[in-house]
Design a protein around this ligand. Structure first.
Ligand SMILES: *Cc1c(COP(=O)(O)O)cnc(C)c1O
Length: 364
C-alpha cells in the first residue's frame, strides 16, 4: 500500500487507564479533529471501553457523527459559531458550550423551538483571551438566572498548562474558582466543573475538578517535550505510526542536487529512495533532514525539499532497502512524531492532526 496510518488502539486504551489510575476525576476523551488524526469513531469507542465517561469535540458536525455511530455517552461540542444547527444538537442530546450572551440567546431559542431544555456548559475566559465569557460575565449572570437551560457544566481552558511553574496557571485557577462561586451565588450550581487539559491533568492536581479533558496524552504524546518530558518519561505509548512505500531506489553520484531548488547536494556517492508521500498528505514541506524514514533497519534522513506527493531520503551507499518496501515514516523505531515536529518547527499535535484523509487509517 502506498501509505497508511497504523493506529494502536491498545496504546490509547493503556494511556487512558494510566491517567485514570492517577486522577480522581472523570475522564473526558477529546476526539476533535478526527481524534487528532487517529479516527473519530474507532477512537471514541475505544476511549469509552477504556473508562472515559465523556467525549469532547470542537465542532457540532463531529458530535453528530458520534451520535450517528450509536455512541450514547455525554458529548460536549465547544466551537459552535452562531450559524450552527443548535436544534439538531439539542435533539441529539449534545451538550453545548456557552461562550457568549449571543450563544445563550441562540441556544435558548433553539431549545424552545424543539421543546427541549438544552444541556449547556458555561465557558468562562480566565486569562487566555480566546473562548469564553469575559466582559459580559455580570450581564450573563443575570441573563442565565431563570433561562430555559440545563446548566450541566462550568469550564475554562488553560493557556500555559504545559509550563507547570508558570504563575498564569494559578491566576487562571483563582479566577475560575471566583467565577464559579459567583455562579453558585445566583442560584446556578453546575454538576460538572472542568478545566484541565492533558498538561494540567499530568502536572496540576488542584486543577482536576470533576472532569479532566484528556487530549494529546491519550494519544501517547507529551504536551510539551521540553517542559514535561517525553512520552516515555510520562509512561505514555504513542498510538500512531505512519508508513509509506518506496517508489524507487537509485544510485546517485556525489554532488547531485536533490529536489526542487536543489537545496541539498549529495556529499558522497549514495543511494536515494523516493517515498510516496508529500505535503498534500500532511508531510511538512519545511521538514529538515532532522527527520526521515526508518528503512532496512536504519534511519534515512530527508534530502532536499518535500514535494506534493513525494519526498527523497538518503539511504546511504550500502543500504539494502528496495522499491516496494514499506518504511516507517514515524513510529517507535526510527524517527518519532516528536522528531518530525522538531524537524519542522512545530508541535506533535500538528504532526498527527495534519495527516490527510487520503491516507487510510488501519487499526490494530
Ligand atoms: C483540545 C482541547 C483539549 C485537549 O487538550 P490537550 O492539550 O490535547 O490535552 C481540552 N480542552 C479543550 C477545550 C480543547 O480544545
Amino acid at each position: 500500500m502506498r501509505a497508511f496510518v497504523e493506529v494502536n488502539l491498545k496504546a490509547i486504551s493503556n494511556n487512558i487507564k494510566l491517567v485514570k489510575s492517577k486522577v480522581q476525576a472523570e475522564v473526558l476523551a477529546v476526539v476533535k479533529a478526527d481524534a487528532y488524526g487517529h479516527g473519530l469513531v474507532p477512537v471514541a469507542k475505544c476511549a469509552i471501553d477504556a473508562g472515559a465517561t465523556w467525549l469532547g469535540v470542537a465542532l457540532l458536525e463531529e458530535a453528530i457523527l458520534l451520535r450517528e455511530a450509536g455512541i450514547k455517552a455525554p458529548i460536549i461540542s465547544w466551537l459552535t459559531p452562531p450559524s450552527s444547527d443548535f436544534k439538531r444538537a439539542i435533539e441529539l442530546d449534545i451538550d453545548l458550550a456557552i461562550p457568549s450572551l449571543k450563544h445563550l440567546e441562540l441556544i435558548v431559542a433553539a431549545g424552545k423551538a424543539v421543546g427541549k431544555k438544552p444541556r449547556v456548559h458555561i465557558e468562562v475566559d480566565t486569562g487566555m483571551s480566546r473562548g469564553g465569557l469575559l466582559g459580559e460575565w455580570s450581564e450573563f449572570l443575570i441573563a442565565a438566572t431563570g433561562a430555559e437551560i440545563d446548566v450541566v457544566g462550568f469550564w475554562s481552558h488553560f493557556a500555559r498548562a504545559d509550563e507547570p511553574d508558570e504563575i498564569a496557571n494559578q491566576n487562571q485557577l483563582n479566577d475560575f474558582e471566583k467565577k464559579l462561586a459567583q455562579l453558585i451565588e445566583v442560584g446556578i450550581t453546575p454538576k460538572y466543573v472542568h478545566l484541565a487539559n492533558s498538561a494540567a491533568t499530568l502536572s496540576n492536581p488542584s486543577s482536576h475538578k470533576i472532569i479532566v479533558r484528556l487530549g494529546i496524552a491519550m494519544y501517547g504524546l507529551s504536551p510539551d517535550v521540553k517542559t514535561m518530558g517525553s512520552s516515555q518519561d510520562l509512561g505514555l505509548e504513542p498510538a500512531m505510526t505512519l508508513k509509506a512505500e518506496i517508489q524507487l531506489v537509485k544510485r546517485v553520484p556525489t554532488g547531485s542536487p536533490v529536489g526542487y531548488g536543489g537545496t541539498q547536494i549529495t556529499s558522497s556517492d549514495t543511494k536515494l529512495a523516493i517515498i510516496t508521500m508529500g505535503y498534500s498528505d500532511g508531510i511538512p514541506r519545511n521538514a529538515s533532514s532532522a527527520a526521515g524514514v526508518y528503512a532496512a533497519g536504519r534511519r534515512a534522513p530527508i534530502i532536499g525539499r518535500v514535494s506534493m506527493d513525494q519526498f527523497v531520503v538518503d539511504l546511504g551507499a550500502d543500504s539494502r532497502a528496495v522499491a516496494g518496501e514499506i518504511v516507517e515514516v514515524f513510529g517507535l523505531h526510527g524517527y518519532s512524531i516528536d522528531d518530525w515536529a522538531a524537524a519542522s518547527g512545530t508541535i506533535n499535535y500538528e504532526i498527527v492532526t495534519r495527516i490527510a484523509s487520503r491516507v487510510p487509517r488501519i487499526y490494530a
